[in-house]
Ligand binder design. Structure first.
Ligand code: GAL
Length: 327
């Protein structure tokens, strides 16, 4: 009897240790990602949506460099990626796509009011002259996605973009407007399918690749300058009200944002803490199809951001904690 009990204790301890170890995932930067079928993950300028414990990632499929379709992948640990399909496809979702129009930076939201999944993206033509935004919607996260609009939101020329959904469900489309001069903060309608108002901010500061996160009631935005595929200095600004009071842009990280450009900021809310993950594109590494997606933990406090690159780190999606992992 005694032996059975001690055996049980040993087994319990062993499984607890295993479970503990199993909750930590190592994320390593610099390499291509492969999906569960062994194919290169193609989801650049990525947008994310968490549904339960699953992260859905959508992004540009740059395998042919130009005219990207939009791929969707799912993962519970940002490591194991299952290909869910092409949610927006050239010539299929819209006849102009792949011909006179192409997509960049697709971003995904869930609209609680309509129970629909909504994608906003940069909807562009040759030489970036069209300067439009594309809108798609679906009843299920994996699609099928239907075309809603491809136009200049409220008639305003719009390029690099992102979305932000506030705690009260108000959704925003933030984009580089009027020939890369300012940032437009477009408040979206209740169904997220159109823009109803635009506030022009960061006037003549030529910011792009905006990514916004809300931390303890404060909005923080990371953004880059407009240098095409070349990386440049990432800058931080913060405010307590999305449409006014943004602080002056401040340099963070190194001169070239560790060779990345912001795509998204993820909020990993766990039982113990919340970790924020920066997701950036390492474009043209060495060419467009082999551009890398880079992820590392960042933190925000009192209007500051600790934006320190980590070649690799460990994260626990249950507790929300992260820790260093030396090479
Ligand atoms: C970047 C932009 C990318 C893409 C690229 C094309 O500035 O962030 O999304 O448009 O230019 O050169």
């Amino acid at each position: 009897m005694k032996r059975t009990i001690s055996l049980l204790v040993v087994l319990c301890l062993a499984s607890a240790a295993f479970a503990k170890k199993g909750d930590w995932v190592t994320i390593k930067n610099g390499d291509l990602w492969y999906d569960t079928e062994g194919k290169v993950v193609q989801a650049h300028g990525a947008g994310f949506l968490q549904v339960g414990d699953t992260w859905y990632m959508i992004g540009e499929d740059r395998s042919r460099s130009w005219n990207p379709d939009v791929n969707m992948y799912s993962s519970k640990d940002l490591q194991t990626w299952k290909f869910e399909g092409k949610i927006i496809e050239n010539g299929v979702t819209h006849s102009d796509l792949g011909r006179s129009r192409f997509i960049e930076r697709p971003k995904l939201m869930y609209c609680k009011k309509t129970k629909q999944f909504v994608v906003w993206c940069h909807w562009e033509g040759s030489n970036y002259g069209a300067s439009e935004a594309g809108v798609f919607y679906a009843d299920k996260v994996t699609g099928p996605y239907h075309f809603k609009a491809g136009e200049r939101p409220l008639g305003i020329k719009s390029r690099d973009c992102n979305v932000f959904v506030d705690d009260d469900g108000t959704a925003w489309f933030i984009s580089t407007i009027e020939e890369n001069q300012h940032l437009g903060f477009f408040r979206l309608a209740d169904d997220y399918l159109s823009a109803v108002e635009c506030t022009q901010l960061f006037k003549r500061q030529a910011r792009e690749a905006p990514a916004i996160v809300k931390v303890d009631g404060v909005y923080y935005m990371l953004s880059s300058a407009c240098t095409g595929w070349e990386p440049n200095q990432c800058k931080l600004s913060w405010t307590r009200n999305l449409t006014e009071g943004w602080s002056q842009l401040e340099n963070i990280g190194d001169r070239i944002a560790y060779d990345t450009q912001a795509a998204s900021i993820l909020t990993i809310k766990g039982t113990k803490t919340t970790t924020y993950l920066y997701v950036g594109d390492r474009w043209m590494d060495p060419d467009l199809p082999r551009s890398k997606t880079i992820i590392f933990p960042i933190s925000f406090k009192d209007g500051k951001c600790d934006f320190t690159y980590r070649e690799q780190f460990e994260i626990n999606f249950k507790t929300g904690e992260w820790r260093e992992k030396k090479m």
